[in-house]
Write a protein that binds this ligand. Structure first.
Ligand code: GLV
Length: 326
């Protein structure tokens, strides 16, 4: 706590909506980053030295080196549902709480997953580029870029948490046949509600017309989608990743797309964000978006508000609503 003001000192690591920042400043002494500069690890370590709490995003990795000198730090509040940027063992050893922002982004993220699936299978961005490049000279029944159907196709969802379930429910409106693979199987009631059947991973890979990745990124599923998995997919299939870039071996994916061993991919998350591999940028059968699945104003506001709520609860010695248990 700052002695003069008795307000807690909070780092808000990235730019947030000014009206929300102003409200936070009424109850805390805030170091903000409204210019949204990217943190070097050492600058972030220094910024944490005198802070009681930090509100950060998935772009700020926090590890042991940051925590060693952050002797006042009580809580790290992530503005994201994923928290693979946090070294949980180091936080636990330092007795620092960590929180995330689930639920408030579920429906918005599921909407985007579906949008990316549709744009990819129906070649929305690719055909727009085709049109803009002047290739649309005449109407043609079969000499236009032809796409893959969504309706009545097989959708494979990898990761059946809240977002996976919300995607499955959308798929029923398109009469899709939904299968899923997950660490644990849903209850029969929930499977029925989602209209989804549980299958093993290889069945999902082989039978899906569209595969969407929505599972958390862990050391166990690093490059889970590599050469072998891609080779099991149908040549007509699409792969959509709205989870984390590291789950897919991007070079293997780029090669499979280039050699047309799968039809197309839609990618919102990248291993080296914000850098995107030239091998992916060079391809036309891939739809690329800059990690925007939760990016509506309403949802981003809700995520920030929830991160602040978690942060202030932790500082007040109360159980934050979205404590990450480790
Ligand atoms: C976004 O990727 C999130 O984890 O909220």
């Amino acid at each position: 706590m700052s002695e003069k003001t008795q307000k807690p000192k909070i780092l808000v690591a990235r730019s947030i909506f000014p009206d929300i920042l102003e409200r936070l400043q009424e109850v805390a002494e805030v170091e903000s980053n409204q210019s949204d500069r990217i943190w070097e690890p050492e600058a972030l370590r220094q910024a944490l030295v005198d802070k009681d709490a930090a509100i950060i995003t998935g772009s700020e990795p926090i590890g042991e080196a940051h925590l060693k000198t952050a002797t006042h730090l009580k809580i790290i509040s992530n503005i994201a549902v994923g928290y693979n940027n946090l070294d949980l063992a180091a936080l636990k050893a330092a007795n620092i709480l960590a929180t995330n922002t689930p639920d408030v982004l579920t429906e918005t993220t599921a909407d985007f997953g579906f949008a990316l699936l549709m744009a990819t299978a129906r070649r929305v961005t690719e055909t727009e580029h085709w049109l803009r490049a002047g290739h649309w000279k005449k109407f043609s029944i079969c000499d236009t870029p032809l796409a893959m159907d969504i309706h009545h196709s097989n959708l494979g969802i990898m990761g059946m948490g809240r977002i996976g379930q919300a995607i499955a429910k959308r798929a029923s409106g398109f009469s899709m046949n939904v299968m899923y693979h997950n660490r644990s199987r849903l209850s029969p009631d929930l499977e029925q509600e989602c209209g989804a059947r549980y299958v093993d991973r290889d069945t999902l890979l082989k039978e899906s017309d569209h595969i969407i990745l929505v599972m958390p990124y862990t050391p166990e599923n690093h490059h889970l989608f590599g050469e072998k998995e891609l080779s099991l997919m149908k040549p007509t299939a699409t792969l959509i990743n709205i989870a984390r870039g590291g789950i897919v071996d991007e070079l293997a994916l780029a090669k499979a797309l280039k050699e047309k061993r799968i039809f197309a991919a839609g990618i919102d998350v990248f291993e080296g964000e914000p850098t995107v591999r030239s091998e992916l940028l060079a391809l036309s059968n891939v739809v690329l978006s800059p990690h925007i699945a939760s990016a509506t104003e309403k949802t981003r506001r809700a995520m920030i508000e929830l991160a602040i709520k978690n942060c202030l609860a932790g500082l007040a010695g109360l159980a934050p609503p979205n404590l990450i248990v480790y």
